[in-house]
Write a protein that binds this ligand. Sequence first.
Ligand code: MTE
Ligand code: MO
Length: 259
Amino acid sequence: MNDSTKPDPGRRRFLARAATAGGALFLAGCDRLSRSDGMVSLFDSASALTQTAQRALTSRHDLAREYPASEIAATFRANGTTNPQNSDYQALAANGFRDWRLSVEGLVELPRSFSLDELKRMSSRTQITRHDCVEGWSCIGQWKGAVLGDLLAQVRPTAKARYVVFHCADNTYGGPDKYYESLDLIEAMHPQTLLAYELNGADLPIANGAPIRLRAERQLGYKMAKYVMRLELVESFEDIGRGNGGYWEDRGYNWWAGI
Ligand SMILES: Nc1nc2c(c(=O)[nH]1)N[C@H]1C(S)=C(S)[C@@H](COP(=O)(O)O)O[C@H]1N2
Ligand SMILES: [Mo]
C-alpha cells in the first residue's frame, strides 16, 4: 500500500468537514435562496461536487451517529407543515389513519399498497438520532419505523429504478404544490432509512408527519418527507414537480443533502 491509499482519519475528517462547510454555505436559509434564481445553477454544480466527495469518503454502509436516551429532547420541534388542511388528509386523521394506505408504484415488479398495520408488522428499527434543519436548529429524538430497504425488497424495483420519490399529503404553506422528496437507491436501502410511525415511543404526532414520515439519517431535515402517501420508483425525476427531485429542491435547495 503506498501513502496515498493508506487510510488517514485526520485527512478524511478534514475533507468531510470541508464538504459539509461547502454545503452549509450554500444552504444558508430556506427563503432567501428560494427567491434567488441565480443561485440555482451554482447550487447544482456544488451539489454534484459535495455528493462525489462524500460518496468517496463515506461507505454506503456508514451509520449516522446514534445517541443515548438521556439526550432525547423534551419536545421534538415541528417545522414546515404541521397539520395538512386538505379534506382528504383530515378525513384520514379523523379516523385514526385506519383507512390510510401507502401505495408503492412505478418501476417495481410487484406494485401494491400497505396499511399502517402491515407496515407495523414488517421488520422495524428503533434509533435515536439528531435531526438537522437548514434553518439552523437541531433536535434529538427516537424513531421507530419499517425498514425501507425491506419494503423495497418486497416490491422488487426493476433494473431501471434509480430513485424513490416520496409523495406527501400536504400543500406546503397552503400553496398549489404538494411536498415531495426523493432519495437514490443507496440512501433508500441504507439500514437507518425508515418509514417512521413512532416518535419517542408514542404514535407519530400529526405535527411530525403522521401516520408515517421518512427518516434518512444521513441527510438534512428537508429530505425527511412527512405525511407520506405514495412511493414512486423512477429512473429520473425530471417529470415530477419542477424536475429537481423535491419541493425545496424546486426552490433552489441542494438535491444532495448529505451531512
Ligand atoms: N410533507 C412535508 N414534509 C416535510 C416538511 C413539510 O413542510 N412537509 N418540512 C421539512 C423540513 S424543512 C424539516 S426540517 C422537517 C421537519 O420535521 P419535524 O416537523 O418533525 O421537525 O420535515 C421536512 N419534511
Ligand atoms: Mo428544515
